[in-house]
Ligand binder design. Structure first.
Ligand SMILES: Nc1ncnc2c1ncn2[C@@H]1O[C@H](COP(=O)(O)OP(=O)(O)OP(=O)(O)O)[C@@H](O)[C@H]1O
Ligand SMILES: [Mg+2]
Length: 498
């Protein structure tokens, strides 16, 4: 993984990093809040020895004091002095416990000793520090006085007495938060990398192309509005998702230029990967280009097109196949110009059989003669065989892969499924591609040309391949006047309605 990959990874998994970091910081704050505050009171002791009058005596005396200082720090933290302090203050604690609260250290090459005492109470901390220091002065006097009662060899003075500490030294909230932040970040990044290693969903164009063995026909962005209203109003909509479907339409027409696919099955490996929403909008994008399109709900198990398009559900595909209704009665015109819908009809007990029947093939052929395009929404390939069965009777199958959701094995099994029944694969469609974050980088339309090029491509299917020939130059000098006029007219209509 190079630096670029790492930055991409962080961008796509920023939430993991953020959540882990925030959790670690919160933990640090909670720990700090739960920690009993401890106050520290400090004294400073000065150690001196009896020095002679000469310079060398003074030097010797100083060396002697420095050596003494090391032993004194041990005595300051010792059991005896602790007990003497307890007795003096009348504390209800053991000498061992008090020892734990005292830290004495000597500054190197000096005759100074710092004594720090920690306690829950700032007053007690001060009292212990002062009493312990006073007791130590006495103790040193006793220890250093020769038996003959001569002057002591060394003495200790409390050079600085303790005062009541105003704020606790424990917990160190700022330090804890900083540690929490650093650990949280490290953990978050570690988790993000781990999740990335374990993530086997399809997230980039190369992987999708490699697994499907076919080109990507479209890249559809995630658009929250589609959850409320699956159908895009192409007449007025120039948003990213509308443009993505227009480009998908152009690419569809580029496929098999000599005999462009007109009966198209839309499927995917698993449920909820965006098949129905994508089918609707492919059909609408084709209809926007003045094609006469029929959208068929080939998902007889969990039909949704009638709900997504506010149509009547019970009379549809299965009803016509069973002979209970005429095709003309079952076809429903929609509020979208150029789009007719054949809903799925009542759910039959044997959808796969029904869809694989001769009647189904005849019906699809009938639709082919009446419409420029037949777009058929279907079931997930790994759940049931319906889509594969329909695929075998079609001009080609578009396989949807949902960004970050469809797993690589699922997709490859789905593609194998199609191949095993001889269903022609048109290509794949990446859907619900995030428009922000690292994924957005691979979401690039420029490859497909400009909007103006695209708009001027619209032609009835019968002239599809020819139209494509013109399309490449439609915005340039060679474009027929009528093509350009249509494109400009459509654009004006759109602009005036904005
Ligand atoms: N481009 C998109 N942006 C945002 N949400 C989308 C997009 N496409 C589909 N969705 C949402 O994803 C969900 C599943 O979509 P849809 O019903 O089209 O999937 P499906 O593959 O047909 O599901 P099923 O397997 O149940 O038939 C729906 O809530 C839909 O609104
Ligand atoms: Mg569906």
């Amino acid at each position: 993984m190079n630096l670029q990959d790492f930055v991409k990874l962080l961008r796509s998994r920023w939430l993991t990093v953020a959540v882990t970091t925030v959790a670690a910081v919160l933990l640090a704050v909670v720990i700090s809040l739960l920690t009993t505050p401890l106050y520290q009171a400090s004294t400073r002791l000065f150690v001196s020895t009896t020095a002679g009058s000469s310079l060398s005596d003074a030097y010797q005396g100083n060396r002697f004091s420095q050596e003494r200082v090391v032993s004194y720090t041990e005595l300051l933290m010792g059991q005896t002095l602790a007990q003497r302090t307890i007795d003096k203050l009348g504390l209800n604690t053991s000498a061992e416990e008090l020892r734990q609260k005292v830290v004495a250290n000597a500054k190197p090459d000096t005759v100074l000793i710092n004594v720090n005492v920690l306690d829950k109470s700032p007053v007690t901390a001060r009292d212990i520090a002062n009493t312990l220091s006073d007791e130590f002065v006495n103790m040193v006097r006793e220890l250093e006085t020769p038996e003959d009662g001569a002057r002591p060899d060394a003495r200790v003075v409390v050079e600085q007495r303790a005062s009541i500490p105003s704020s606790p030294v424990v917990p160190k909230t700022a330090r804890n938060v900083a540690i929490g932040l650093a650990l949280g970040l490290a953990l978050g990044i570690g988790l993000a990398v781990l999740r990335d290693i374990l993530d086997n969903t399809v997230k980039d164009r190369d992987t999708l192309e490699q697994i499907t063995g076919a080109g990507i026909v479209g890249t559809i962005p995630l658009d929250k509005d589609r959850r409320k209203q699956p159908a895009i109003s192409f007449e007025t909509d120039n948003s990213g998702i509308a443009e993505a479907f227009r480009k998908l339409r152009t690419n569809l027409q580029f496929l098999a230029v000599d005999s462009p696919p007109r009966v198209i099955i839309v499927t995917s490996s698993m449920p909820s990967e965006g098949k129905s929403t994508t089918s609707i909008n492919i059909a609408l994008a084709l209809a926007e280009a003045d094609h006469n399109v029929v959208l068929v709900d080939g998902d007889m198990r969990r039909p949704t097109l009638h709900k997504y398009l506010d149509l009547i559900g019970p009379v549809g595909f299965s009803t016509v196949l069973s002979g209970a209704a005429d095709l003309d009665d079952a076809l429903q015109r929609t509020r979208f110009p150029g789009l007719t819908v054949l809903t799925s009809g009542a759910t039959p007990p044997n959808p796969s059989e029904l869809l694989g029947s001769q009647s189904a093939r005849k019906l699809i052929n009938e639709l082919r003669t009446r419409f420029d395009y037949v777009v058929i929404d279907s079931t997930p390939l790994l759940a049931v065989t319906d889509a594969a069965v329909l695929g075998a009777a079609s001009d080609g199958v578009l396989v949807i892969a949902r960004f970050g959701q469809t797993k690589r094995e699922q997709l490859s099994h789905a593609v194998e499924h199609l191949a095993s029944v001889g269903a022609p694969m048109l290509g794949s469609v990446f859907t619900m591609m995030p428009t922000r974050g690292s994924a957005a980088y691979s979401y690039d339309y420029s490859y497909y040309g400009t909007e103006a090029d695209e708009r001027s491509n619209h032609r009835p299917a019968s002239s599809g391949p020819l139209a494509l020939g013109v399309a490449e130059t439609a915005s340039g000098v060679g474009a027929p006047a009528q093509e350009v006029g249509q494109a400009v007219g459509r654009r004006r209509r759109r602009e005036s309605s904005d």
